[in-house]
Design a protein around this ligand. Structure first.
Ligand code: GDP
Length: 532
């Protein structure tokens, strides 16, 4: 064993790998900046995401992304806070493009769920809570924009408990209603934290700590109300319980205003003190892979064309065990082929740096790794290890794809297969449509179709047309012999995925209900949590 192998337990224990997930506009980019600012990854907010045209600064790798100003792909921001190494895995924040976000959940050890104080839980956030729960990923809730008028803090916690089943455990509580933000009650020691405003949130906010008696004298009713509300939650089981958090049964709640950097330090400190460090990942045989076993990792994202100067492909892999050293030869379990890792990078936005060593919890970017696919396991040494494939998510949008130039059918099928393998879109077949018919593309969000259109035209030179299908209700067909019942139904059909899953899709609830009335023995399963 080289010196570095013996470092693994220490290095793994001081890593925190997490993602910030939210509904668009809740403030994810702003919070990312604020976190990085506190952790001194950058000296001034705006360096990661420029204030003007923020999104284009973060990831301007794709023309479409620039044109629409949305962030489609993920990368990683790495920094240290109190001797802990933090990997913040960025997620696409667009409501319509969520399959990538779901996959990121599989690659992190905890998630910060960001809520807008005025909006609370939005549909997108709820779906993501489901995904986190179904994968057992602990969730920290950060209620943002408390400097703006918004909802009642207790109401928001109620909503969290009712809709997610997660017990809210406040760590900080706002003093003053949303829009009259006086500071925070630190629920752990009962003191008040007051902030000095900084110009435009460009530097970390100065904090002042006040004893409870001083806070009571200065803040009057706002202080006593905050204490009463926090006590109320505490009495109903909302006291902090580390085990419940790690078991993804309760969610610590913090309040703040990312734009002003208020409440952000508490979030970071919580991540360092209580968020889980990397834990052994279970392989397909159900055996946990020890952190100090030889190197292993799995690919959770493949991205093409990040560098506009020359179109390249980068595969992001999460290290699960051992030490990764640049240049080492690893094996891709899917192909059984060895694979040299000369070009490895850390990437966030435009800045890429070469990475030499990585430990469990780190994310490595393998450049020009054309053979790598989402879900692939990489390993070194013997014996081989294979991690379970990443969950695929229940699609909600369907379209038939056809090449505009029928003479390019072969290139069309090859390109579609590649997009499927990369996880850009799911490709399905329908018996009803017949053998050799055009494939049906299925997506979690319609943005995925736009990526397909764009890449087919610009990257593969096979422009396609999409015929959108009207399906909105999706079930799993439990008994394949019942396929004809659905295929002959009114505005419904069965779509088959390459892994054998058969999805029964319906234009709406009415069509589903009619078919069920006609065939009461038809067995259809719900897709729990949007994940199959
Ligand atoms: P994202 O889409 O989730 O990444 O959201 P952004 O970080 O781009 O923020 C959306 C908008 O909300 C921007 O105009 C931000 O300036 C604003 N914003 C973010 N955090 C706060 C906050 O704490 N207070 C206020 N008042 N505005 C905020």
């Amino acid at each position: 064993m080289g010196a570095r192998e013996t470092d693994v337990p220490y290095e793994a224990a001081r890593r925190r790998t997490f993602a910030v997930i939210s509904h668009p506009d809740a403030g994810k980019s702003t919070l990312t900046e604020a976190i990085a600012l506190h952790a001194k990854a950058i000296s001034q907010a705006g360096a990661v995401h420029g204030k003007a045209g923020r999104r284009t600064v973060v990831s301007d790798w794709m023309r479409m992304e620039q044109a629409r100003g949305i962030s489609i792909t993920s990368a990683v921001l790495r920094f240290s806070h109190r001797d802990t190494l933090i990997n913040l895995v960025d997620t696409p924040g667009h409501a319509d493009f969520s399959e990538d976000t779901y996959r990121v959940v599989s690659a992190v050890d905890s998630v910060v769920m960001l809520l807008d104080a005025a909006k609370g839980l939005e549909a997108q956030t709820l779906k993501l809570f489901d995904v986190c729960r179904s994968q057992g990923v602990p969730v920290i809730t950060f209620v943002n924009k408390w400097d703006r008028p918004g909802r009642d803090a207790l109401d928001l916690c109620d909503e969290l408990a009712t809709h997610t089943g997660l017990q809210p455990m406040p760590l900080t509580w706002p003093i003053g209603p949303a829009g009259e933000f006086h500071g925070l009650l630190d629920c752990r020691d009962g003191t008040m934290v007051r902030y000095q405003r900084t110009v435009g949130g460009a530097t970390a906010a100065q904090e002042e700590r006040l004893d409870p008696a001083v806070a009571a004298a200065q803040e009057g009713p706002a202080w006593s109300r905050a204490c009463e509300e926090a006590d109320l939650l505490d009495a109903s089981g909302g006291g902090f319980d580390h085990e419940l958090f790690l078991a993804a049964e309760a969610s610590p709640v913090l309040f703040g205003a990312a734009l002003l950097n208020h409440g952000v330090r508490h979030l970071l400190d919580f991540l360092v003190d209580f968020a889980p460090a990397p834990r052994p990942r279970v392989d397909v045989a159900g055996r946990p892979r020890r952190l100090d076993a030889p190197f292993s990792a799995f690919v959770f994202k493949v991205q093409t064309g990040m560098n506009p100067a020359h179109r390249d492909q980068i595969a992001f892999a999460r290290v699960c065990s051992g030490v990764f050293e640049r240049g080492m030869v690893v094996t891709n379990v899917a192909t059984g082929k060895p694979f040299a890792t000369k070009y490895v990078q850390q990437a966030f936005g435009q800045q890429r740096t070469t990475l030499d060593v990585a430990y469990p919890g780190d994310v490595i970017g393998l450049v020009n790794a054309a053979a790598l696919r989402v879900g692939d396991t990489l390993f070194a040494g013997v014996p081989a290890v294979r991690f379970p494939r990443l969950p695929r998510f229940a699609p909600a949008h369907f379209a038939v794809a056809r090449p505009t130039d029928v003479g390019r059918a072969k290139q069309f099928h090859r390109a579609i297969a590649q997009l499927h393998a990369e996880g850009v879109v799911q490709v399905m077949r329908s018996q009803r449509r017949g053998q050799g018919s055009a494939p049906v593309l299925a997506a979690v969000g319609p943005m995925q179709f736009e990526v397909v259109l764009h890449r087919m035209e610009w990257e593969f030179a096979v422009p396609v047309t999409l015929e959108h299908l009207p399906y909105t209700v999706v079930r799993r067909l439990a008994d394949p012999s019942q396929r004809p019942l659905v295929d002959t139904g009114w505005r419904s059909e069965v779509l088959m995925r390459d892994d054998g899953t058969e999805l029964a899709v319906f234009a709406g609830q009415v069509e589903l209900a009619v078919l069920q009335r006609l065939h009461p023995h038809l067995k259809l399963d719900h897709l729990v949590g949007g994940v199959d």
